[in-house]
Write a protein that binds this ligand. Structure first.
Ligand SMILES: Cc1cc2nc3c(=O)[nH]c(=O)nc-3n(C[C@H](O)[C@H](O)[C@H](O)COP(=O)(O)OP(=O)(O)OC[C@H]3O[C@@H](n4cnc5c(N)ncnc54)[C@H](O)[C@@H]3O)c2cc1C
Length: 274
């Protein structure tokens, strides 16, 4: 839609050119959310595309994803991923977990999805499950790092200070080399995720991580030293996910989300033990 409150668009070559952050400014990434509803409090858009950050950088330490990397670019990486990245197909599973039209999928960025901080943000599910760490650039201060799982603090809220920029997300090689199990439920075909859960297991050391997203207002990550028993799994979910954390919206009730969380957690437990 046309945003008729916007009076200025800037396309800086360097984010440092934006020295002062004022009310009414917004970073523009893919624009799929920004242009989907009126932005009456915003009068200036600062386009991140002109920063020309390389979308994806592979190294022996893992993968650095620029915030401006498009979801479609991450999806295409799967075909080129090294064989030891056993979790590479998870990139595609999550890239295809949007309530997404063709346009959203091709324009939305990984960083834009994380900064939106919606419970059903599949880039949050992916990067939290793969132990991602965000690099944040405050307007006036040194860069800081925050684990993705701690970045999102609630439904559409996160740790970003005004004007602070998400620069990139680093996925460690050790996480990319893990085996995984993925479960997702949507009420409608191609609908918004009601529950999206990912379990990962390291080779050698039997540590298991269970990441619960979409069911809850923010990501919840539960850690186990080995494959838990069914009872232990249920108990740890009970302790780690109070009922108030389950999301209530048109895509599912808290009770349904809670039941699916137990149901999928048990399926993931069995799949990872196989
Ligand atoms: C039909 C439709 C379906 C959708 N389905 C889903 C869905 O299933 N799940 C979901 O989570 N969302 C969904 N969305 C919402 C939105 O499109 C996505 O979250 C998308 O990933 C946002 O990315 P973007 O690059 O387009 O962000 P933009 O719209 O450009 O920006 C989103 C917000 O993040 C801020 N921002 C962007 N990048 C940065 C950065 N690097 N640093 C700091 N702030 C930044 C912007 O200022 C803005 O406030 C949907 C939207 C539509 C219209």
């Amino acid at each position: 839609m046309d945003l008729n409150t916007i009076t200025e668009i800037r396309r800086p070559a360097d984010s440092g050119a934006i020295k002062e952050w004022k009310k009414g400014y917004a970073w523009l990434a893919g624009g799929t959310w920004l242009f989907s509803e009126p932005q009456s409090d915003t009068h200036m858009l600062i386009d991140l595309e002109s920063l020309n950050w390389p979308a994806l950088k592979r190294s022996e330490n893992g993968l650095e994803i620029a915030a401006t990397c498009k979801v479609v670019e991450l999806d295409q990486l799967v075909e080129k991923a090294p064989a030891e990245w056993l979790a590479a197909p998870l990139l595609r599973e999550c890239c295809r977990s949007f309530l997404a039209s063709f346009k959203i999928w091709n324009e939305a960025t990984v960083g834009g999805n994380i900064c939106m901080s919606l419970p059903a943000g599949p880039m949050i599910s992916l990067t939290a499950a793969l132990e991602g760490v965000c690099t944040l650039w405050p307007r006036n201060g040194k860069p800081r790092e925050v684990a993705v799982v701690d970045f999102v603090t609630g439904n559409h809220s996160n740790v970003l200070a005004p004007g602070e920029l998400l620069r990139s997300i680093h996925l460690p090689a050790t996480a990319l080399e893990k085996t995984y199990a993925f479960r997702r439920f949507t009420l409608t075909h191609l609908g918004r995720s009601e529950v999206l859960m990912i379990g990962t297991k390291s080779r050698g050391k039997p540590k298991v991580l269970l990441t619960i997203t979409a069911a809850t207002v923010r990501p919840v990550q539960l850690s186990f030293n080995g494959i838990p028993s069914a009872d232990e799994l249920k108990r740890v979910i009970d302790d780690g996910v109070p009922f108030s954390l389950y999301l209530d919206d048109v895509h599912g009730s808290p009770v349904h989300r809670k039941n699916l969380t137990y149901y999928f957690a048990e399926q993931i437990r069995r799949e990872l033990s196989a």
